[in-house]
Design a protein around this ligand. Structure first.
Ligand code: ATP
Length: 514
């Protein structure tokens, strides 16, 4: 199965099993907007809890807020979004399709990397045990040729982005002979800038109405509340403010399911530090955030850092955590050192003093900020793509299983009476009554046990508990484990402790050095 086929299957699976539906589907959907279904919302809530608790509960110097989506329009002037929250777009005249010019070039570079990887694989097969990858990479004329071309384009690309040179960006696309995947032609328009903010009107009459924006990031809600939180919480530097909330961007292209949406959710934490200590904190947060991702057990090699080619107007250091999605390594989280840009600008635009009095230094200053910013939906996609597995079983049957870490699974336990009579459903209900205050539990009495197991595998339920006639005699049930499919008999009284141990966030949190 190719990665593309896998991705298509994953999207179909998300819909079939109530994780994600296209928005307003009965009206044929709305571009890049999605709804979460009955299982999706549970997984999403668990992701948010994993993040929130790792920030707010595990760190006594981080607190949370929940700011409004609408903000004073001046906020977005101060932040630079009105002037500069743009993406470079380009159209193909034949297919009439629109693309992000920078993404076309990035994809071209990823393809060159793939070409090198293929050369390496070919050589590995040819030279067998004698193969030395390092030496091959350093000497193969073919690899060196691809690399030299890539490096040259990379240098031009970085310069073009930094200088906002749209003509050069188009020239790079032409020089790399990038074609539109739909029409296959190189009939490109010029590159233009496009502002990604959605706007609407606030106020009851059109005359007196003000243009307001749907926030394109949650961070500004934290910056404008810096003083409120610092004063009311008597916070001392360094300290952080965390927030989870919706953000909106009128993305130019939106063809990758929930990877790039026009309405999405962010989990952001702004960490306020003494000027001069920001690099130290930036490194520390990089490490902590990587540990948070890796704790889920999807394989350390599936993550990497990618430093930004172009630093945003506010940053002095920036890196992305990238995950190996079915469509390649892509950003899930950004870790940025934002200097005193945001607070400084809000101080300037609002005319209010936004400073911290440092008792140790005996002076006041505008704090520096290190932020960690992750999309809930991209995290969701990371989990689904890592968890989705198709397996051939010993008896020749196939199963689809979602290997979602137990702490994040939408349903923790499915309780099933073997048959719908002899008092077995009643016992199953009693077990549910005992567990339902702590966990999400499902009840299923339809079809064969095998079929019921498959249904739970497909939504990632870690445990199936079967009540049978022996249960009536000795008070034991069969517990079947999702990943190993192993079964064991345990006492009903022991169920709670077993589930608790396996689904608790505790083990995940221990792996993060907070
Ligand atoms: P990209 O380069 O992919 O457009 P970005 O660098 O603009 O992303 P940030 O502004 O750093 O993204 O936002 C922080 C996080 O918010 C991203 O790492 C991503 O997880 C999430 N995010 C950003 N834009 C979207 C979107 N359109 N849909 C879903 N998640 C998004």
């Amino acid at each position: 199965m190719t990665q593309e086929e896998l991705f298509k299957k994953l999207i179909a699976h998300c819909k079939e099993y109530g994780f994600i539906f296209p928005s307003s589907e009965i009206y044929d959907g709305l571009g890049a907007v999605y709804d979460y279904g009955q299982n999706g919302v549970e997984l999403k809530n668990n992701i948010k809890r994993y993040w929130w608790d790792s920030m707010v509960k595990l760190n006594d110097n981080i607190v949370g807020i929940d700011a409004a989506i609408f903000m004073h329009p001046r906020v977005w002037e101060a932040s630079g979004h009105v002037g500069a929250f743009n993406d470079p777009l380009i159209d193909n005249r034949d297919s009439k399709k629109r693309y992000r010019a920078d993404v076309l070039v990035e994809d071209w570079m990823a393809k060159q990397e793939e070409k090198i990887a293929k050369e390496v694989e070919k050589a590995r097969k040819r030279f067998k045990e004698n193969f030395n990858e390092e030496q091959y990479l350093a000497t193969s004329p073919r690899v060196l040729e691809i690399k030299a071309k890539m490096d040259a384009i990379h240098a031009r690309f970085t310069a073009a982005l930094n200088d906002n040179n749209l003509e050069e960006l188009k020239q790079i696309i032409l020089d790399c002979e990038i074609v539109c995947p739909i029409s296959g032609t190189r009939n490109w328009t010029d590159v233009r800038q496009f502002n990604l903010m959605f706007s609407t009107q606030m106020g009851s009459t059109a005359d007196g109405a003000n243009t307001v924006y749907l926030r394109p990031e949650t961070a500004q809600g934290i910056f404008v509340n810096y003083l409120n939180v610092q004063k009311t919480g008597r916070m001392k530097l360094p300290f952080g403010i965390a927030q989870i909330g919706k953000a909106f961007r009128n993305e130019i292209v939106a063809r990758q399911f929930i990877f790039r949406m026009r309405e999405f959710e962010q989990m952001e934490m702004q960490f306020f530090v003494q000027p001069g200590t920001e690099m130290e904190w930036w490194s520390k947060w990089k490490e902590t955030r990587m540990a948070w991702h890796r704790a889920l057990g999807f394989g350390d090699d599936n993550y990497r850092f990618h430093d930004h080619d172009k630093l945003a107007h506010y940053a002095n250091a920036a890196t992305d955590v990238e995950f190996n999605f079915p469509f390649g390594f892509k950003e899930v989280e950004g870790i940025h050192s934002r200097t005193d840009f945001d607070l400084g600008r809000h101080q300037e635009f609002s005319g209010k003093k936004i400073q911290y009095f440092d008792p140790e230094r005996g002076e006041s200053y505008v704090p520096y900020v290190v932020e960690t910013s992750i999309g809930v939906d991209r995290m969701f996609l990371q989990i689904m793509s890592a968890a989705y597995t198709e397996e051939k079983l010993e008896n020749g049957e196939e199963r689809v299983v979602l290997r979602i870490p137990a702490a994040l699974a939408p349903t923790k336990v499915a309780v099933m009476p073997l048959v719908k009579k002899d008092g077995l459903p009643e016992v199953a209900r009693q077990i549910i009554d005992e567990l339902k205050y702590d966990y999400n539990i499902a009840y299923d009495e339809k079809d064969s046990i095998g079929k019921r197991y498959r249904r739970q595998d497909a939504i990632g339920t870690p445990f199936c508990v079967t009540v049978d006639h022996q249960t009536l005699e000795d008070g034991t049930v069969t517990v079947r484990h999702r990943d190993t499919m192993l079964q064991e008999r345990i006492k009903i009284e022991a169920l709670r402790a077993m589930v608790d141990k396996e689904v608790s966030f505790r083990e995940l949190f221990k792996k993060i050095k907070a």
